[in-house]
Design a protein around this ligand. Structure first.
Ligand SMILES: O=C[C@H](O)[C@H](O)COP(=O)(O)O
Ligand SMILES: C=C(OP(=O)(O)O)C(=O)O
Ligand SMILES: [Mn+2]
Length: 469
């Protein structure tokens, strides 16, 4: 169901879009290459490469997201902050897919509605940074900008922007896609969902939470064992990455089967908090592609600015096209979110609201390690549900940085990670991720909120059905 178009204000209305029109604008956060001819050659090669996704898959995701925007279902969007070439490893990928699947099952169990799962995977290689330079052991170096640009190792050679990495990023993405496609439709059980996979280390044998978590897992296990194949646990992941490195994104943009332009390297892209300038190159690129897209919204975003972004990115007000991914931090959400919800309501814009409780809750440990507290993450998600409820809106998605193994990057949770534990298994190249048990625990801890919003969705759906007669 399409809503009425949103009146476009301002300068974009008559301007022609092309895959390269972003080049006429200022592009923030782009790497500088010292061998431009090598870059040109690589981009030319990328333009000839096969698509990694079909535009029909992007369109199907858009339709599924339209249901979510209309109040039915939930978007679970999760994965690494920064994928690494060296992490592309069969078993590691299987663990990530299994963890996503388990989170999806918990959401589905709580909501009894479809869960649309989008992984930050198969191309999440480019990172925007707060600073261009950093000092490591007294030496000043360019920052790490993701494996698509340079290497995280702290020396000048590794940190040089290398155009060949664009081709490597494409090839690694295609290897990941290949594994995901080979698993598509398989039963999650086939990835091993025994007791161990569901363990939350330290909830405490007799605590109320442990008992009710056990109960949910038992119910799920019974359902999974008796459900017809694929009914409840089929692996069905879409992939996404931040659309940051515009020359790369341009090279992999082509005509879809419906004749519209699509980014054919991934199903879904999002625009980052640092690159969503209204007159910037990223907004220009994003407005022309037909993939479903997201935009990060942080504390600096003013209501009128958000309205303009919504107009530019979803002028026809199509549900499923645009997700607003808010990331304020647990202490700022109460102040920042309500005026933005009201601004979007005023326009009657059909968007999905998703909560990213990771990027506003970063802290630095006493040993100088980037981390986040499980409790802060949980607190922002709970507040997001409450605020949407109070505003007559609906939280339709959750955006997490997490992984499938037991890393020690975020503090707290049932694995009770303390500052001193952070170095035990800290492997992220950028931001700290929830480990597998912290991710399950987080989703379990918001089951009550999910149930509540699912009920709202069910009422909305019933209204819509009545309207349709
Ligand atoms: O993933 C998000 C950003 O790239 C990351 O938070 C930036 O980190 P920085 O502030 O260390 O540059
Ligand atoms: C860069 C990211 O987030 P943000 O743009 O919200 O800072 C991210 O999601 O990794
Ligand atoms: Mn991040």
């Amino acid at each position: 169901m399409n809503a009425s178009p949103i009146q476009l204000s301002g300068h974009f209305r008559d301007k022609r879009w092309s895959t390269s029109s972003w080049r006429l604008k200022t592009a923030a956060q782009q790497p500088v290459y010292d061998t431009p001819e090598a870059l040109t050659g690589v981009l030319e090669r990328l333009r000839q490469m096969p698509a990694l996704v079909r535009s029909t898959e992007c369109a199907s995701l858009r339709e599924q997201l339209a249901q979510v925007a209309n109040g039915w279902g939930f978007l679970l969007h999760a994965g690494d902050c920064a994928e690494r070439f060296s992490d592309i490893h069969r078993q590691e990928l299987t663990r990530k897919v299994r963890a996503m699947g388990q989170m999806g099952l918990l959401v589905q169990h709580a909501t009894q509605q479809p869960v649309v799962q989008v992984a930050r995977m198969a191309g999440q290689f480019a990172k925007p940074r707060s600073q261009n330079l950093e000092t490591v052991n007294g030496v000043q170096l360019p920052v790490y900008r993701g494996d698509i640009v340079n290497d995280v190792t702290a020396n000048a050679d590794a940190r040089r922007s290398d155009p060949q990495r664009l081709l490597q990023a494409y090839l690694y993405s295609s290897a990941v896609m290949n594994q995901l496609r080979s698993l598509s439709g398989e039963s999650l059980m086939s990835l091993g969902l025994g007791d161990e996979a569901w363990q939350l280390p330290l909830l405490g044998e007799l605590s109320h939470e442990e008992r009710s978590y056990r109960h949910v897992v038992q119910q799920l296990t019974t359902i999974l064992k008796s459900a017809p194949a694929g009914a409840y646990d089929a692996i069905n992941l879409f992939v996404s990455h931040e659309g940051l490195h515009l020359a790369y994104e341009e090279s992999l943009t082509g005509q879809g089967e419906d004749n519209h332009p699509y980014n054919l390297s991934t199903h879904y892209l999002w625009l980052g908090e640092r690159t969503r300038q209204l007159d910037g190159a990223h907004v220009e690129y994003f407005r022309g592609i037909h993939n479903p897209i997201g935009v990060k919204v942080g504390p600096s975003c003013k209501p009128e600015e958000l309205q303009e972004l919504v107009r530019l990115l979803n002028p026809n007000n199509e549900p499923g096209r645009l997700t607003l991914i808010t990331r304020f931090g647990k202490d700022r959400i109460a102040q920042c979110l309500p005026p933005l919800i009201e601004a979007v309501q005023q326009m009657d814009a059909r968007v999905i609201w998703s909560c990213d409780p990771m990027h506003g809750n970063g802290i630095v440990s006493s040993q100088g390690i980037k981390t986040r507290r499980f409790q802060d993450i949980l607190s922002e998600v709970r507040s997001a549900f409450d605020i949407h409820d109070a505003e007559g809106s609906r939280l339709g998605g959750l955006h997490l940085e997490c992984t499938g193994s037991e890393v020690t990057e975020c503090l707290g949770g049932s694995s009770d990670i303390e500052e001193a534990d952070l170095t035990t298994n800290y492997t992220t190249a950028c931001d700290p991720r929830l480990n597998a048990s912290q991710s399950l625990e987080l989703v379990f801890m918001i089951s009550d909120c999910l149930q509540r919003q699912a009920l709202r969705g069910a009422f909305l759906k019933a209204d819509e059905m009545r309207e349709l007669g």
